[in-house]
Design a protein around this ligand. Structure first.
Ligand SMILES: Cc1cc2nc3c(=O)[nH]c(=O)nc-3n(C[C@H](O)[C@H](O)[C@H](O)COP(=O)(O)OP(=O)(O)OC[C@H]3O[C@@H](n4cnc5c(N)ncnc54)[C@H](O)[C@@H]3O)c2cc1C
Length: 424
């Protein structure tokens, strides 16, 4: 069952006998309770949300699941760097969720979640209010723009794109590279960890270098990394840079961005000012804004602490948080990890709603990073819970032994499969 705003409003109206057209409407929880009184509302239909919704319905079809996202089309970040490299389209990264409705009976609502009342157990969308028995949040990330002097949250990304949420930002960065003169300088800044996709910025460097090598070979890319070193697969990335992009990449560790100037087209770290013809600022990150509004963000004011077995918030009862927004280190903030957490969370939501014991998790993660269009490298691990913490199972993973054409083929298979799982 797919609901657009109009049919959603109709549904609200039918439930109450009140006409809702154009009226901001808050229903009572009782009016909005499902017939079974067993409703899970999921916020965010990305890597975590689509899977948790589907797997709750697969595990226990007596539970009603309402999946809410602001967008009808989901554009995946994984492999969006390849769009910048010039050998993948954004369309290939785009899915819809209709089949989750037809195949599994997930109720789809396309609307902005503007507030969450965890005391009354209600989610507020622009079209009304939806009550829940349990809530799962998978809203992804938002940015800590305020930590960069001179950064205007609206104007700056239009001049210095982050491209850290795939879509128009990805295409803007690609267009800027295409418009740049040969011999130009691209500047890229890497935020402090933790951030969405630990290897992502370094894959981004590769893909920009790949584009430059093929189209603007006199150009270079200068990377300022706030961290002490490349945060994932450092040896493999360095090997790739030496093999394919000799003299094109200047990498500086311990260079934390402090200030931007969109008129002068410069970045500043408090010691040095650097000019770029194209500037890709990847800002520091935090859990998606709605998690902050729901009161599930921890003392760090960034991420959401959760029980590492059920992914239930340690701060607010009956609210679970998965994906990038939650704290589950050493699991990375990746789409693969969000998928794995979603399955564990779905299973344990069903257990809890049926009065049964929690089932301990076994998670898996693999991150593919492209060096060129033909070679990739990977990092993988298996995770479990031990003493209330998530740990990597010793000797369970590692990095690929070398730059590998085979890993690049496996990577394409992975993205195809995970997007298919989210959308069918
Ligand atoms: C360049 C790049 C490359 C990457 N490469 C990889 C990779 O190769 N492999 C990998 O595993 N991961 C990769 N990632 C990381 C991956 O994209 C994220 O870890 C993943 O998307 C997290 O899933 P999520 O469910 O937490 O959030 P998302 O997938 O971002 O989903 C969040 C959803 O919530 C919705 N939403 C948020 N707030 C609201 C609201 N208030 N109302 C309505 N809807 C809302 C959003 O519209 C969105 O659809 C990459 C990321 C980037 C930026």
């Amino acid at each position: 069952m797919t609901m657009n705003r109009r049919s959603f409003m109709k549904l609200m109206g039918a439930a109450t006998g009140v006409s809702l057209a154009g009226v901001p409407y808050i229903s009572s929880a009782a009016e909005m309770m499902s017939k079974t009184g067993r409703r899970v509302v999921v916020v965010g239909a990305g890597f975590g949300g689509s899977i948790v919704a589907k797997y709750i319905r697969m595990t226990d079809p007596t539970i009603e699941v309402v999946l809410i996202d602001r967008d009808k089309k989901f554009i995946a970040c994984p492999f969006s760097n390849l769009v910048i490299g010039g050998f993948r389209t954004l369309e290939e990264n785009t899915i819809t969720h209709d089949k989750l409705a037809t195949n599994y009976g997930v109720k789809l609502v396309y609307d902005e979640v503007t507030a969450i009342d965890t005391a009354a157990k209600k989610v507020v969308v622009t079209g009304g209010t939806i009550a829940y028995d349990r809530l799962v949040l998978s809203p992804g990330i938002d940015f800590r723009f305020d930590e960069i002097e001179g950064y205007d949250p609206v104007k700056t990304p239009e001049i210095m794109p982050h491209a850290w949420k795939a879509g128009p930002q990805t295409l803007l960065l690609k267009k800027q590279l295409e418009s740049m003169k040969d011999g130009g300088t691209v500047v890229l800044t890497v935020p402090p960890t933790p951030f969405r996709c630990p290897p992502g910025p370094y894959e981004r460097i590769n893909m920009i270098a790949f584009y430059l090598k093929n189209h603007k070979p006199k150009s270079k890319i200068v990377a300022w990394d706030a961290n002490e070193d490349i945060v994932s697969k450092p040896k493999l990335f360095r090997k790739g840079w030496a093999k394919h992009y000799e003299g094109m990449i200047e990498y500086h560790n311990g260079h934390k961005l402090a200030k931007v100037d969109t008129t002068a087209m410069t970045v500043d770290n408090g010691v040095e000012t650097l000019h770029g013809d194209v500037i890709n600022v990847i800002p520091p990150q935090k859990a998606g804004a709605i998690a902050h509004k729901a009161g599930v963000v921890g003392e760090d004011k960034k991420w959401c602490p959760v029980n590492q077995i059920s992914f239930e918030s340690t701060l607010v009862k009956d609210v679970h948080v998965i994906g990038d927004a939650c704290s589950a280190a050493p699991m990375p903030k990746s789409g693969y990890a969000a998928n794995s957490q979603a399955k564990v969370c779905a299973l344990n939501v069903v257990q809890l709603m049926n009065g049964k014991d929690l089932i301990p998790p076994s998670h898996v993660n693999v991150c593919y990073s492209y060096i060129t269009d033909k070679e990739a490298v990977t990092v993988s691990a298996v995770y479990k819970e031990a003493g209330g913490k998530t740990i990597a199972v010793p000797n369970s993973g590692g990095v690929s032994p070398d730059l590998s054409e085979l890993e690049a083929i496996y990577g394409k298979s992975w993205i195809k499969n995970i997007l298919a799982e989210m959308s069918s």
